[in-house]
Every structure is written in C-alpha cells, then in structure tokens.
Ligand binder design. Structure first.
Ligand SMILES: Nc1ncnc2c1ncn2[C@@H]1O[C@H](COP(=O)(O)OP(=O)(O)OP(=O)(O)O)[C@@H](O)[C@H]1O
Ligand SMILES: [Mg+2]
Length: 248
C-alpha cells in the first residue's frame, strides 16, 4: 500500500503577536490537501489575514508551517514564494510597476522567464481577468476593482502550486464578482480564500474554517460552518429604518 501523501499545507501550533502586543494567532493547527479550496471565515480582526501571511513567509511566527513539504523559514522564502501565490487584501500593497503589463509580467521575469515570453503570459492573464486592454495603464490610476483584477493576474502569471486570495471580491461590481467566481472555479490550483462574501464561499469552497479571536473555532462543510456560526447576512433580520426607529 502507498503511504498517504503529506498534506500540501501543514500548520502546527502557530502563534503570532504583533509588535504592539496584540496576540493575533493563538495556537493554530491547519492541514490542507491538494484538490481542496478552503474558505477562511470569521469576524473582522479574528486573524485570517495574519494567518495567510504566514503561508508564504511574509510573517514568521512561532510554530511550524510547511507548504508542499518545504518548511517556511527565512532560508526557504524564494522557494516558498514560487509555490504560494498571495493576492493581498489591499491591492495597493501588490502593484508597484509603472504599467499594468509590467506589473503582471514582473513575477515571471523574476523567475528568469525571458521578457517577451513574460509579457505574453501577462497579456494572457489580463485577458483571463477581463482586462485585455489595460496593459498600458498606470496601476495607480485604476479603480479599486480593476486593481484587484490586475493583482490576481499577477499572481496567476506565476503559476503557483497554491493560490491564496484575501477578500478577492471586495470592490468588484456584481458582474465582476460572478466572473471571478467562474475564474476561480476553473483554476485547477488548490486555493485558500479569505472572504466575507458568502456567495463566493458557497460557490467555490470545498471546506470552511472559522476563525475567532486568533483561534480556529470550527471547520467543516461550507454550508454547515455558515449555519453553525450564523454567518450569512441574508439570514439576518432585514435591516431598515424600522430596525433603528425608537420604540413607540
Ligand atoms: N500591523 C499590525 N500591528 C498590530 N496589530 C495588528 C496589525 N495587523 C493586524 N493587527 C491586529 O491583529 C488582529 C488580527 O488582524 P487580521 O488583519 O489578521 O484580521 P482579519 O481576520 O484579517 O480581519 P478582517 O476581516 O477585518 O480583514 C486584529 O486584532 C488586528 O487589529
Ligand atoms: Mg483581513
């Protein structure tokens, strides 16, 4: 019998405290296998972004993080970042070149791919995210939704083994959200998606993990986790003027 393959992502006893003393992650254990799309849910400030920043070594906390068998630490950062593509919550932290095409081509060029090939891949990825004519634009001038799409194109251009997206549908217009959901469903890579968008979570997630106060409070099927933590705005009472009206 074949031995079971090791998990694609393995996190053990991970804790992280920011410089100001905030304990943002408190003893996290997490496994993910190839073929999964895991959605990370939880309240603002519960530690989701802090957690995913550990998966490609942007933050290095206490504990163990392994991706594709590579231990995440200072010495392995180049290898880890080739394998793990992160689309940041804030696109302004991701885009820094003077044109959109250069930005998307930056990653492949950094891996040693010749410029003409890197630009061809970049153009393909811009088409994939619905921005075929944006290559010449200045990233800084794009709308927030356009920036998000360019950031996604840039990460896709690296062909990572694992895709991590932090709030990918924020700022996207409704058709843009639908396009992105379709795109994510088509992409073959395993994914970790941080989101408050329950339409996205239900559409793409094969498993949900719920963060609360720096800990994992529950996990399981997406619908079950949403139900368990009552985590869908559309399940709430309608919010309208009557909800705020003083009692008569
Ligand atoms: N640079 C920082 N310095 C100090 N505290 C921080 C820093 N970044 C985040 N935190 C704190 O760490 C905790 C976890 O924040 P994090 O950004 O990981 O939450 P999140 O679950 O991604 O929230 P959201 O849904 O609002 O994006 C919060 O209490 C936050 O205030
Ligand atoms: Mg966040």
């Amino acid at each position: 019998m074949q031995p079971p393959s090791p998990p694609l992502v393995q996190v053990r006893q991970l804790s992280y405290t920011y410089a100001d003393g905030t304990l943002a992650l408190d003893n996290i254990n997490f496994d993910m296998s190839a073929g999964e799309t895991v959605v990370l849910l939880g309240a603002n400030g519960s530690g989701k972004t802090t957690f995913v920043l550990h998966l490609n070594g942007l933050l290095l906390g206490q504990g163990h993080v392994t991706v594709g068998g590579v231990v995440v630490r200072k010495e392995t950062l180049t290898e880890v970042r080739r394998r793990v593509g992160v689309v940041f919550q804030n696109s302004d932290e991701q885009l820094f070149m003077s044109s959109v095409l250069e930005d998307v081509a930056f990653g492949p060029q950094n891996l040693g791919i010749p410029p003409s090939q890197a630009y061809a891949v970049a153009q393909q990825m811009l088409e994939r995210v619905g921005l075929p004519d944006a290559g010449h634009k200045v990233p800084y001038h794009l709308s927030s939704g356009e920036k998000k799409r360019v950031a996604i194109a840039g990460v896709l251009a690296m062909q990572p083994d694992v895709l991590i997206l932090d709030e990918p549908t924020v700022y996207l217009d409704p058709p843009g959200q639908r396009t992105l959901i379709g795109l994510l469903r088509e992409l073959p890579q395993p994914k970790i998606i941080v989101t408050h968008d329950m339409v996205l979570a239900r559409a793409v997630g094969t498993r949900a993990v719920f963060f609360s106060k720096g800990r994992i409070a529950g996990e399981g099927k997406v619908a079950s986790v949403i139900e368990e933590f009552q985590w869908d705005a559309s399940d709430d009472q309608p919010i309208g003027p009557s909800a705020c009206a003083p009692p008569v």
